[in-house]
Design a protein around this ligand. Sequence first.
Ligand code: ADP
Ligand code: MG
Length: 722
Amino acid sequence: MDGGALDNSIQYLPGVGPKRAALLKSELGVGTFGELIRLYPFRYIDRSTFIRIADAVPDMAYIQIRAKVVSRTLYTASGPLDTDDAAKAGKGKSAVRRMSVLIEDGSGVMETVFFKGIKWMYDKLVPGQEFIFFGKPSSFNGRLNMVHPEVDPVPAAGQAMSVGAGKMTGIYTSTERLKNSGITEKVMNRIMASALDASLIYVRESLPDYILKEKNLVPIHYALRNIHFPSDQDALAKARYRLKFEELFYLQLSLLKQKYVRSRNECGIRMPKVGEYFNACYKSLPFPLTGAQKRVITEIRDDMKSGHQMNRLLQGDVGSGKTMVALLTALIAIGNGYQACIMAPTEVLAQQHFRNLSRYLEVTGVKVALLTGSSRTAERKEIHDGLEDGSIGIIVGTHALLEDNVVFRNLGLAVIDEQHRFGVEQRSKLWSKSSCGLPPHVLVMTATPIPRTLAMTLYGDLDVSVIDELPPGRKPVKTIHGTESMRPALFRFMKEQIKAGRQIFVVYPLIFESEKMDYRNLEQGYEQIAQAFPFPPYKTAIVHGKQSNEDKKFYMDAFAAGRADILVATSVIEVGVDVPNASVMVIESAERFGLSQLHQLRGRVGRGSEKSYCVLMTGHKLSKESKHRIDLMCATENGFELAEEDMKMRGPGDLEGTQQSGLPVSLNIASLAKDGIILGDARRYADHILDSDPTLSSDRNAILREELKKEKYQTRDYSKIS
Ligand code: ADP
Ligand code: MG
């Protein structure tokens, strides 16, 4: 094919020219034929049917009416003009502000209104003549009207409709500047029609014939023609499906291919046995593992003994027991003669992991140490030595683990908790810490539920394990929406809970742009609580980011040990903290948190045996979106459901936890939020193809090989980030 033709500038297209071409480039990013025809409509208007005026109502979408002109009236600032003046004004006098045209189709009469192009429209809309009016009905002073409809002649019998009329019309993204330069919807349609006519023959089929057949997809030329000018709904659906499938298929093919290449080329440390430490710990656990935990451990175990490097993402809702999985995984590494490290995003969390693990590790005799930014020099020295000579089996820590002077004797496993808090470079540093020549196995754990579709794409070259089951005995958390007027009732309720021996979190948002104000809110909130809950008998602790690490630890410990009834905090407690006796989570200004964050916070309660509550305090006036978020929180406790909704509401780019990673390839037509089924199918199919032809070197896959050479698929190597 002559790919060059598609690279030609669109400025020579009829109706474009250098000025408009520059504008299309700057406003929409399309400069060539190839780019233009890949700019798909975001919406369609079905012009294949007519509506009767009697049936039209103001809130309809665009409609099409076939009607006769009854009368035309021109208005100046001072009122309507009579017929003679109108005739003159119609010839170009400028005081005319507006033209009202009544139209009639036998079922009723409707007014159409024009503010621009009046002279031209006046001449065109001769009373008695019939036209096709196309526009959005609205209501003015209680009457139905249509402002600036498109007006097309009624085609004579047997004659084709003019461009746009009588079929489905695509609507493209536009901007003020484009509209001001005359690129209206109609003009855009004409430009697109010429572009397709001129360049479609140069577009090469981008999927092999056998895939089109097996997946029942329409050819690319059909798809492109019908995505712009659908002959009917069915043709549009086929065109769309083909383009979406193709987009998602190539995305998955490129990700999975990287994965195949890696798993073939990169050797990993072979850890053939489970080992005595694992068994000792397992036997002494105070509870049976959940089915999901067992399944995930089996998946991990298979990776570790395979001789390939493990790169696994472990997803599980807050409280689903990921830490236990991490611990048992670490013990497998140790049982095979290697060391393990567990890295947490905050000091508080690292300490908590350390405490928990120490408890379970006692029976195994494995030595575990904690290394954070506030470890003292002498302690540090000792830890460094222990890691180098291998006497420390498991090291838990924060970023401090990444420092150059931390050297392992033989690191075999790196567990990274709450993956999204670490930058890409930091992770690759861990990677380089292996000393036996082979990279350590990597387990990334995240409690931010990521919708499956997104996980498959963001971590497309990682294996994904999901803990989709909570340990038994968890009581559902009752979630309530509260406003300021309910505060006295809230405080009474909190007192009852404290009297019953429970503890309470009160959380304030912390958002960087208004840090000062946030702290003021927090301080005021603390004052308010201190007044309503005076000491004695009430004890209130406060924890926030501006405290020293010692203070933070002091108050956290006090709360964890039950020495304080209430913990007032900023969202620093968001991740991980485990205080089973806490039964109430009050979230202030809840409308300022995202869904996933709210869910994370709520996960802090409901861990003990008591009934738990989450109270979402908001202002009285909420935006529609905030209201929707709060309602969802009250309606479901399922983190994945919330994450899916979050993604639908905000788009995948904004989803918490994904900002750093970003999408590997930007999508043009498919949506991760809406096309999960196609994505799943595309991924399985890509997998199936790679299964029989991992390098895509067979003749039938030549097209696939070529496509993947395109720049957009040359993403950074994701294997290095995990
Ligand atoms: P996550 O890290 O996924 O948020 P954790 O590992 O911190 O969850 O577990 C939350 C709590 O549940 C901890 O107190 C842990 O001891 C407990 N737990 C973990 N697994 C089980 C299980 N199978 N049965 C009962 N309790 C469990
Ligand atoms: Mg955890």
